[in-house]
Design a protein around this ligand. Structure first.
Ligand code: PLP
Length: 452
């Protein structure tokens, strides 16, 4: 590889001089020096200094089958040789695009039989926004255009996805947000549940915030509600069991579509192909990306329910699409990736073994640590709340600083974790075994001890 001719310092200098990174404070980065990741195998990544790091984040919530999969490299190579690119516009398709659309429809909940492809989660959410608005136009109700979302939601970084998302810091940098989005509270019981309120009642209260917003806007103006089944980048916020059934009741009552953003949760993370399945949510639109290829190629998809697809497909030409919609190489890799997940029984393993074990083990090893306010999880997705006082839940001053300290000690001790505000996140590859989980829990303890 060409980079082998360069030292770490040379690579860092090139990067500092020319690379504008996503979600990065560049002044801070220049001071510290960027980590150059040069390789990976299985559950571990390696940096240019030869440090081996257990990847607790599966890259960026995506490398579900782990690193170094020859089958995926081969699928890409074979497809590039045969047909490196062709578009799927204007009455064309390719074999991988057609096969993957069918494969996803077969795996998805039964009311989903149509799939639209893009290249990123942000694109898939833009597509989803346009599609629900177009659906209501075709239904003769163009005024139904508002999408209700939640505080802390992350739906991507395009202007539409940022406006739909609920990240205050992102809104602050956007200037005027796109109109047509409304945000309500998220079901984050650790911070928002009242003293003495049951978890069940909190779930209902959080869902009813959506109903209040619908009534204020007028149901005749509301197109859809959107939510991640579990808010991921917002801090792995797992809603109480009463939340989604109540949301569904509200959407049905006011004839509002339910859009699920499964960019993080689809393809096994929660112990099912889709969180819609593990959490019994009946949606009208589902967006997926990331683990559809385990991050080996950039691909996303919007799963469109029969209710919506039947209307869209009778509406004449839909003026929407991306050059890389249904890219044959990305689709070929996705097909092979799905085969691996299926062949190796990764979803069953997460559901029946490693998912419950991760939560159990974290609770055993760090559950009563003085810095830990709560450990929660579902499947191979876990969060650790960092607090100053376990009894009261009081946080440290300077939001996020304690979690960043834990994260840095974790990397030092050999595991990549993510700090989101005051929450530590784990979202590892689905190939993690009980032994890997033991190793991860031990590193969490070392990192917390050092930060304490
Ligand atoms: N939706 C969710 C729930 C996400 O977590 C992300 C990315 O982390 C996105 C959308 C955006 O995906 P992408 O970065 O591929 O545009």
């Amino acid at each position: 590889m060409a980079y082998r001719n360069f030292s770490t310092t040379q690579l860092q200098e090139m990067d500092n001089a020319h690379h504008l990174h996503p979600f990065t404070d560049h002044a801070g980065l220049r001071g510290e020096g960027v980590r150059v990741v040069t390789g990976a195998e299985g559950a571990y990544i390696f940096d240019s200094e030869g440090k081996r790091i257990l990847d607790g984040m599966a890259g960026l919530w995506c490398v579900n089958v782990g690193y170094g999969r020859e089958e995926l490299a081969k699928a890409a190579y074979e497809q590039m040789k045969e047909l490196a690119y062709y578009n799927t516009f204007f009455k064309s398709t390719t074999a991988p695009a057609a096969m993957l659309a069918k494969r996803i429809a077969d795996l998805a909940p039964t009311n989903f039989n149509q799939v639209f492809f893009g290249a990123s989660g942000s694109e898939s959410n833009d597509t989803s926004i346009r599609t629900v608005r177009y659906y209501w136009q075709l239904q003769g109700k163009p005024e139904k255009h508002i999408i209700i979302s939640r505080d802390n939601a992350y739906h991507g970084s395009t202007i539409a996805a940022t406006s739909m998302g609920g990240m205050g810091a992102m809104h602050g940098q956007l200037g005027p947000m796109l109109p047509g989005f409304r945000h309500v509270m998220c079901p984050y019981d650790f911070e928002l549940k009242h003293k003495g309120e049951s978890l069940e009642d909190f779930g209902i209260r959080a869902a009813r915030a959506v109903e209040v917003a619908i009534l204020q806007e007028g149901a005749e103006n509301v197109a859809a509600f959107v939510g991640e089944p579990i808010q991921g980048a917002g801090g792995v916020k797992i809603p109480p069991p009463t939340y989604w059934p109540e949301i569904q009741r509200i959407c049905k009552k006011y004839d509002i579509l339910l859009m699920l953003d499964e960019v993080i949760t689809a393809f096994g993370r929660t112990g099912a192909w889709f969180a819609a399945e593990s959490m019994s949510i009946e949606a009208d639109m589902i967006t997926v990306a990331k683990a559809i290829t385990s991050g080996y190629q950039p691909l996303s998809a919007v799963l469109v329910s029969d209710r919506v697809a039947d209307v869209i497909s009778k509406g004449g030409e839909y003026y929407h699409g991306y050059t890389y919609s249904g890219h044959p190489v990305t689709c070929a890799v996705a097909l092979e990736n799905i085969d691996i997940i299926e062949r190796e029984g990764l979803i069953e393993r997460v559901r029946d073994d490693t998912g419950p074990y991760l939560l159990e083990r974290l609770q055993e090893v760090i559950g009563d640590h003085p810095l830990v306010g709560e450990v929660r999880g579902m499947g191979l997705l876990a969060a650790i709340e960092i607090v100053k006082d376990r009894e009261t839940g009081e946080r440290f001053p300077n939001e996020g600083s304690a979690a960043v300290c834990v994260r840095d000690h974790s990397i030092e001790a050999g595991m990549m974790m993510r700090a989101v505000g005051d929450t530590m996140i784990l979202s590892p590859p689905l190939i993690w075994t009980r032994e890997t989980i033991d190793e991860a829990a031990a590193i969490c303890k070392v990192a917390l001890d050092k930060a304490a």
